[in-house]
Design a protein. Structure first.
Lengths: 172, 583, 174, 122, 100, 335, 203
């Protein structure tokens, strides 16, 4: 970040202001994967109204800041999710909503990704199955705290997807 | 009873030598040789006295020790007899004839069987993977495939270190994940580009109601050809079912059709109860009926909201969610969780109705019709709404049978197929309600039918509440049955209960050997459970016949020649839920 | 007057530059872009000459309607993109162009406008407004051409529809 | 003339503001490359067709045609509208009939287009 | 006031540029676009004469030129569409049968 | 020369003030829209960022301004950037020809609440309005992605259809006022508002504005459920920010102003607020108009794009022609 | 009882001409939206006002502590265990793990004390794998494991989503202190729900 490299007082203030802007205008991508997405929709609906906090859902990842992974990420969706994440402009954050997204949840099966943090870096985990809207809002508030504390974008990490020798014999 | 017996088809029986009838008490079925299967099915479909025209389900069961290994199971429904039939056949050389010539609805079911078991279907037009991607090597539902898959990919967490994790949580090796090339291959296999451009619509798209992946071959904005790729939410539920006890599977049924969790619960539990010969208490039945109908309203509200949202009426979405929020509040108060409530238990319900629940529901019943009126004022006669809906996606009656469409989609085309009517479970035979039928079968009819269904459901809820007010002191779960888990209070005071609880938890409900197919009327169509028990604590095979899976199948047919804008209308009016289509 | 001079020179330079762009850009989209720019500049020139109505209509009709027409056709036909300029005609074009320029200059300077001065002096225009002046002229003296214009439009519409849709009819029949 | 001068200045100012916004954005925004960052968005799946600029559609040609012709018609109507009020007091019939004729001829074309189905898309 | 000759010169220049465009471009659409340039040159000339002669007749003619330009564009592009649909190519060189 | 530079600087400053003002206004129009939408849906809208969410637009602007600016592969870079300018600049250019009141004398200075009043103001407004069509088409085309492409062409189709209807619908007021100058039109409405004979034209203009600004029932170009975000799907950060700003707010605002001027007598109204009453009236009418659009937007479902164009050509165009006839006869009778 | 199911063919409403010309369909719809505009908002401003989950709410798990309210079964099992007042009631019977559909999420360890009694040493639950189905609660024979009304459990790492013996006991103690004596009612915070529901007449 160009103006954030030096650490003068003014710049710190600028940083602070920017961080304020960012955390108060978190636009998530409206992508729902499974049951948790329903609760995510409820969070956005009148009863809990994320718009209060400046959170409005955007259709395109190019215009969003947060990826709320709401639901089970199966292996087949993993590369797509990764792509969506990559397509988002920095600075960006990831909330992993519900057990499935965070750690495979109740589906320790052949087809479920055991945690999205294997493909994209996660900032906040929200346990629950599904987390209630209040729990998700709490997660979002936690994310805001995190942004406030960190004040800078995330570092980029190369994601290693490589085939390894199977740990035990395959029976086809 | 709802099952076809020997006598019903005796008059054609002689033509097929290998036809065998097995009169199981719970699921009587016919067995026939593979080479006679197609003629037999054709005969019973076209015989005017039988007319097994409606395709219900097809699945496969794997018996590794038997030779041949796989058995195909067909379920059909006759319009004349008003009965179902179950036909089984062994797949010689892991091959079966394809039924796609007789029923188009068999197309996906066969692809699923191919995907999950690796059975080849002769005569299938495009036998590609249904749920998994193209270069996936295994057939997951085979008995020798481990539930957790083959972990052969090194895929550690990006922001967690193994040491910092609780030991039971985390493995660095993972099952195979497709690469972008794999996915590209998958999509290229599905559709041959004929027109100008192939557009991917979904899976991660706001308008596709979850993660359905459509491929549209577009000419301008017109869809010339379309295919659907499913499996973006394939979580292996059927595999899980084989590895957990009957009770433990209940929470998973919530997560299939997560919008109507209680309905799925009830459908499953009913099937299991039938298998175990458990009779739930009176009160439990009424509670179930009531919650099912509440859940149906809930589900239809979500449908209405998202449908309206897709058609641009942004505010309706929020209004329906307001009402949903109320129902969720009720369910949360009764069951403890808003969405995936897992409230139903074998033999009854988990907890008794809390104090005040009926008051709140009464309140809701009074309040809801005015809200429904509001939605109707905004939508029903709106010219834009009419323009978008009338005449779009007309489904003929013939197609309903052909594709095995059920639920509101079938009823909008004038087919009075409602499980609540033809095979009432719980208390559906004692409540008073009407089944709305459409006359044209377009999206507008589907809209009207669902709106009317909400009213009818409300009516049912009202009757249930009245009944339940009288049943205050009944037991909510039939704990005297040996298969029913005791309640907490019983466990605390009696040692027998504790032992029974202990046994059931550890060994599972050891159901008698047998099979059962029972379905419930989900908001999305017939949700059937086909359970094979081998006398163990866990089911040998659980097949889930999902309404949305079959309903979605007609989509490519309907969209042909229409624009993308119609795709949302059609998809919305078919109302699939991916959790259920993919399982 | 300083202002008009500056305006003239800017507009005309830009117009010529964009015209050059129009004929030399290989990518058709850029060609059209520079055409738009030319047209806007020409309309600016109209304004400097006090022809308000024509200037505004130049923007509305030329720079929008007609060019949008081009853009729609171009942006929907992929192969139109990136067709080359053929340099071998370059040699031919320069002398021809030069000759025509000379002829134009000759005609302009020695001929045509030796006619009478009209009644619409700047003062009159100032009073009744350019638009009204043009309107009056159009609906009195040039009434007949005005009606003919409508016929031209009609014929163009019918012709274009017939040409443009021919294929589809055949498809429908075949 | 001054009026147009202000217009030009306004145009320049607007452009400068617009460009400035884009430039500021480019300057202060973080640039963190991700491996697939510039992959075109299509719901997160690999593209079937790599390029999208391949739509040739009848209807856009016809739309453009209608736009041009009717805009021109409007162009003729505008001066008429301006002088209408003055003319009405002088010779009401003529000016009315003039336009009426003009419009009739074009409405004829319009009806032709309608009949030919140029106005409907499907 | 700018002398009208300047305008006439500009008009000539644009005319020539348009002509050059027609000659050197090998693509029908580009040629049509060059035609538009020439029509514009004419427009400028008309208005310039007007200015000189204190008349508005020239501006009236601009209207008619606009009409012609529109008609030309309509028919020209219609032809192009027809050709494109037949041949999938709109370079002049490939349309040999249209050359005499 | 010096004088020229001085005046240009003066005008420049005024322009910048207008533009910045419009920006702030547009930013707060987003707030108004969100609040309005919120309350229609029984929720409060922005609430916690600043007092009643008043700082929300600022936060959004800050954020949008500092997002990473992604240029996807395969796009035409120049066009990609140009498109967002082409959408924004013409939209704000309309502002330059719209007067917001008569010149007032404040502290001895004559302050003109408009940039310029032109004899052909209305045509220019129309022309600028239609130039923004390029922004849309190029945005869609340059993105080299399918959703933007379809969205851009859809929007183009809608704009084209309603552009013509809009033009014809404006003829009625022009006939009555006998001028293209917006100020002149307002002044001609001292007595009766032009809505009276022009009711058909007004209906057409309402629909046309809804269509041009892409609000329901005509928001096909960015129908979320179909096209993700329409022609701006590939746009990020400020490039993106300019689109909704231009289309949803500036254009809606300015076109509402024009509608008010054409049909509701602009700033005419009883002088009950002292010297500023023209402004009060104008902004009141404007606010009503804007609210009306919001209200429609948050109620109706959307048409399909072919239905929209059909509506434009088969209903709106004949209606506006009919309007001309009605007004012509009206003038003949009442003068 | 005989079936009372009836079949009903639906009428398709049509737009009349008056409605069409005067946009009555639009106006009616807009009337509804504006009516809602003037209704009170139903929003729960979450961080500032919170809904109290119902008593049955299935949130984060907790352990009841030994506090004298144990069921009889606990007293039977107590003789094998070393559990002090205020400590978790868990008797390490592993029933919760047995009942759970995802048994791997538990990590229970018990140790044998020199005096022959047992003590639970470790009781970890990884909430990220939990379905919140409540089967474990139903299975516990000593009313130890319960599910509380706490849901604010979002964390920055996976590790923090695992709950342990001590914080479970703490949570259980806290929960019981607040809500043990609450009646089994559908909701307890009627005022907060009133926003959404309006006043409800309780019978
Ligand atoms: S965590 Fe639970 S609710 Fe969320 S997606 Fe997974 S199964 Fe569904
Ligand atoms: S709630 Fe269900 S999933 Fe969670 S620990 Fe208890 S039994 Fe296991
Ligand atoms: S069931 Fe209860 S007592 Fe047994 S291990 Fe679990 S928490 Fe402890």
């Amino acid at each position: 970040m160009a103006i954030m490299n030096n650490n003068g007082i003014i710049l710190t203030t600028a940083e602070e202001v920017l961080s304020w802007g960012r955390r108060n205008s978190l636009w998530p991508v409206s992508i729902g994967l499974a049951c948790c997405a329903i609760e995510m929709m409820h969070t956005a609906a009148s009863r809990f109204d994320t718009d209060r906090l400046g959170i409005i859902f955007r259709g395109s990842p190019r215009q969003s800041d947060v990826l709320i992974v709401a639901g089970t990420v199966v292996n087949k969706v993993a590369p797509m999710l990764k792509l969506i994440y990559d397509q988002m402009p920095d600075p960006k954050w990831v909330i992993s909503m519900g057990g499935c997204a965070s750690a495979g949840g109740p589906f320790p099966t052949y087809s479920t990704l055991q945690g999205v943090d294997r493909i994209i870096p996660v900032d906040v985990y929200v346990p629950g199955c599904p987390p209630t809207p209040q729990a998700l809002l709490w997660g979002i508030l936690e994310l805001q705290k995190k942004i406030k504390a960190k004040r800078e974008g995330k570092e980029f990490k190369e994601i290693p997807i490589k085939k390894a020798e199977p740990s035990f014999p395959i029976n086809k | 009873m709802l099952w076809t017996k020997q006598d019903d088809i005796a008059f054609i029986g002689d033509n097929f030598e290998s036809l065998k009838f097995v009169d199981n008490e719970k699921l009587p079925y016919f067995e026939i040789n593979q080479n006679e299967l197609l003629p037999f099915l054709k005969e019973i479909k076209e015989n005017p006295n039988l007319q097994f025209k409606m395709f219900i389900d097809f699945t496969v069961a794997d018996y590794p020790l038997h030779k041949p290994r796989f058995q195909g199971v067909y379920f059909l429904y006759s319009l004349i007899l008003k009965k179902r039939i179950c036909i089984k056949t062994w797949a010689e050389n892991e091959r079966l004839p394809s039924l796609t010539g007789l029923w188009k609805g068999a197309k996906w079911a066969e692809r699923e069987a191919y995907d999950m078991f690796g059975i080849q279907f002769e005569g299938h037009e495009n036998l590609v993977r249904m749920f998994m991607w193209e270069s996936y090597q295994y057939y997951p539902l085979r008995k020798d495939f481990p539930i957790e898959g083959i972990k052969d990919t090194y895929l550690p967490s990006l922001n967690e270190k193994p040491g910092s994790m609780p030991s039971h949580d985390y493995e660095e090796y993972h099952t195979a994940i497709p690469t972008m090339e794999d996915l590209e291959e998958t999509e290229k296999k599905r559709i041959q580009k004929k027109a100008q451009i192939v557009l991917n619509w979904g899976p991660l798209h706001p308008g596709t109601h979850g993660t359905i992946w459509f491929l549209f071959d577009l000419e301008g904005e017109k869809v010339q050809n379309c295919d659907i790729i499913l499996g973006q939410l394939h979580r292996g539920v059927e595999k899980i079912a084989e590895n957990v006890t009957y009770t433990q599977f209940i929470p998973y049924t919530d997560r299939m059709d997560y919008i109507s969790a209680i309905c799925s619960n009830v459908a499953y539990v009913n099937a299991v109860e039938k298998l175990l010969n458990v009779e739930p208490t009176e009160k439990a039945k009424w509670i179930r009926t009531m919650l099912c109908e509440l859940q149906r309203i809930n589900s239809h509200l979500l449908w209405l909201g998202t449908y309206a949202l897709d058609l641009g009426a942004l505010t309706i979405f929020l209004y329906t969610f307001r009402e949903r929020e109320k129902i969720m509040d009720i369910i949360e108060g009764i069951a403890g969780i808003r969405l995936n409530s897992s409230y139903i238990r074998i033999g009854g319900v988990r907890l008794d109705l809390p104090e005040g629940a009926l008051d709140v529901i009464n309140h809701f019943i009074k309040d809801f019709p005015t809200k429904l009126e509001e939605y109707e004022t905004i939508l029903t006669k709106n010219r834009v709404w009419l323009k978008r809906n009338v005449g779009v996606g007309i489904i003929e009656e013939e197609d309903v049978y052909n594709y095995g469409l059920t639920g509101a989609v079938a009823r909008a085309s004038g087919v009075a197929y409602d499980i609540r009517m033809i095979q009432p479970t719980d208390k559906y035979d004692e409540v008073d309600f009407e089944i709305p039928l459409g006359t044209v079968g377009d999206s507008y009819d589907r809209y009207l039918v669902r709106m009317e269904e909400m009213r009818q459901s409300l009516n049912i809820v009202k009757q249930c509440v009245e009944k339940l007010e009288k049943l205050k002191d009944d037991k909510h779960i039939a704990t005297d049955n040996p298969y029913v888990l005791p309640t907490l209070d019983e466990t605390f005071i009696s040692i027998e209960s504790m032992v029974k609880d202990f046994n059931l938890r550890i060994y599972g409900e050891q159901a008698p050997e047998g099979e059962i197919y029972l379905s419930g009327e989900n908001p999305r169509g017939e949700l059937g459970f086909y359970i094979i028990s081998k006398g163990e604590g866990r089911p040998y095979r659980t097949r889930i016949r999902s309404g949305a899976f079959y309903n979605l199948q007609i989509f490519p047919e309907l969209i042909k020649g229409r624009t993308i804008a119609d795709a949302v209308v059609l998809l919305g009016s078919l109302d699939p839920v991916v959790g259920e289509t993919d399982r | 007057m300083e202002l008009t001079q500056i305006a003239f020179w800017t507009f005309s330079t830009l117009a010529v530059l964009s015209a050059i762009g129009t004929i030399f850009f290989r990518n058709l989209v850029y060609t059209v872009l520079s055409l738009i720019s030319t047209l806007i500049m020409v309309s600016g020139l109209f304004f400097t000459m006090g022809a308000e109505l024509v200037g505004a209509l130049q923007l509305l009709i030329y720079a929008v309607a007609i060019v949008v027409f081009y853009v729609l056709v171009i942006s929907t036909v992929p192969e139109f993109k990136g067709k080359a300029v053929d340099p071998k005609y370059m040699l031919l074009s320069i002398p021809v162009g030069f000759l025509i320029f000379l002829e134009l200059a000759y005609v302009s300077i020695y001929g045509v406008w030796q006619s009478n001065t009209g009644i619409f002096s700047p003062e009159v225009i100032e009073k009744i407004g350019n638009a009204k002046a043009v309107g009056t002229m159009l609906f009195t003296k040039y009434l007949f051409p005005f009606e003919v214009a409508s016929l031209i439009l009609l014929v163009a519409m019918i012709g274009a529809i017939i040409i443009g849709r021919k294929e589809e009819k055949q498809e429908a029949q075949g | 003339m001054d009026g147009y001068f202000s217009l030009v200045i306004f145009f320049i100012a607007a452009t400068i503001v617009g460009v400035a916004l884009l430039v500021i954005n480019r300057l202060i925004a973080p640039k963190v490359p991700d491996p697939l960052q510039d992959y075109p968005y299509e719901c997160g799946v690999p593209l079937y067709d790599k390029t999208a600029q391949t739509t040739l559609d009848q209807k856009y040609y016809l739309l453009g045609l209608l736009l041009v012709l009717f805009d021109l018609e409007a162009a003729f109507v505008f001066p008429w509208a301006v002088v209408y009020k003055t003319f009405v007091s002088i010779n009401a019939g003529l000016i009315f009939v003039e336009m009426f004729l003009f419009l009739t001829i074009l409405i004829f074309g319009f009806i032709y287009a309608w009949k030919k189905g140029a106005l409907s898309w499907q | 006031m700018i002398p009208y000759e300047y305008y006439i010169a500009l008009s000539g220049l644009l005319m020539v540029l348009g002509l050059i465009g027609i000659i050197i471009r090998r693509n029908i659409i580009a040629m049509l676009i060059s035609t538009e340039l020439m029509l514009n040159a004419v427009n400028i000339a008309f208005v310039a004469f007007d200015m000189k002669l204190h008349d508005v007749a020239g501006q009236v003619f601009v209207f008619f030129i606009l009409t012609i330009a529109a008609a030309e564009a309509a028919v020209g592009l219609g032809l192009i569409m027809a050709i494109y649909r037949l041949r999938k190519d709109v370079s002049v060189d490939t349309l040999t049968e249209l050359k005499l | 020369m010096e004088e020229l530079i001085l005046t240009s600087i003066a005008i420049g400053i005024k322009s910048v003030i207008f533009i910045i003002g419009m920006f702030l206004l547009a930013a707060y129009l987003t707030w108004i829209e969100r609040k309005f939408a919120g309350h229609v849906q029984q929720r409060p809208g922005p609430l916690h960022v600043g007092w009643h969410g008043l700082l929300q637009p600022i936060a959004d602007a800050l954020k949008v301004l500092t997002k990473e600016d992604i240029v996807p592969s395969g796009v035409d870079k120049v066009l990609f950037y140009l498109a967002s300018l082409l959408a924004f600049v013409p939209a704000i250019m309309i502002l330059a020809v719209v007067p917001f009141g008569q010149p007032v004398n404040l502290f001895g200075f004559e302050i003109k609440p408009y940039i310029t009043d032109l004899n052909v103001g209305l045509i220019l407004a129309l022309a600028f309005g239609s130039i923004s069509i390029y922004g849309v088409i190029f945005a869609g085309w340059a993105s080299n992605s399918k959703y933007p492409m379809i969205g851009g062409l859809r929007k183009a189709a809608v704009l084209i259809g309603y552009e013509v209807a809009l033009g014809f619908a404006m003829v009625g007021p022009i006939m009555q006022a006998g001028t293209f100058s917006l100020k002149g039109i307002v002044e001609a409405q001292q007595g009766l508002w032009f809505i009276i004979p022009n009711i058909l034209g007004f209906v057409v203009i309402l629909f046309a504005i809804l269509a041009e600004t892409g609000r329901t029932p005509f928001d096909v170009q960015e129908a979320e459920a179909e096209l993700v975000s329409g022609y701006n799907t590939e746009y990020s950060a400020m490039k993106f920010g300019l689109f909704p700003l231009a289309e949803w707010y500036i254009a809606t605002f300015v076109l509402s102003a024009i509608a008010v001027i054409l049909f509701f007598g602009g700033w005419n109204g009883p002088h009950i607020f002292g010297p500023i009453s023209p402004f009060v009236w104008f902004f009141l009418k404007l606010a009503m108009m804007f609210m009306f659009f919001l209200w429609v937007h948050w109620t109706l479902p959307r048409y399909r794009v072919d239905q929209i164009t059909e509506l434009a050509w088969k209903v709106m165009l004949p209606l506006s022609l009919l309007n001309i006839l009605v007004v012509a006869i009206w003038i003949m009778i009442f003068g | 009882m005989d079936k009372m199911v009836k079949i009903k063919y639906l009428e398709r409403p049509k737009l009349s001409n008056t409605e069409r010309i005067f946009f009555l369909d639009f106006i009616k719809g807009m009337k509804v939206t504006i009516k809602n505009f003037f209704r009170k908002t139903i929003t729960t401003a979450y961080p500032y006002e919170k809904l109290t989950p119902p008593k049955r709410f299935r949130g984060t798990h907790a352990h009841r502590v030994r506090d004298g309210k144990e069921p009889p079964s606990f007293n039977v099992l107590l003789q094998f265990m070393e559990i002090k007042e205020g400590e978790s009631r868990c008797v390490a019977c592993y029933m919760c793990q047995q009942a759970c559909p995802v048994p791997t999420l538990f990590n229970i360890e018990a140790e044998q004390l020199p005096n022959g009694k047992k003590r639970v040493k470790r009781f970890d639950m990884n909430l990220l794998n939990c379905l919140y189905c409540g089967l474990c609660v139903d299975a516990c024979p000593v009313d130890c494991i319960i599910m509380t009304d706490s849901y604010e459990s979002a964390a920055y790492t996976r590790k923090d989503c695992t709950i342990h013996l001590d914080d479970m006991s703490e949570r259980g103690f806290d929960f019981d202190k607040r809500r043990y004596n609450e009646p089994d009612r559908i909701w307890i915070d009627d005022e907060a729900r009133e926003k959404l529901w309006g006043q409800i007449k309780w019978s």
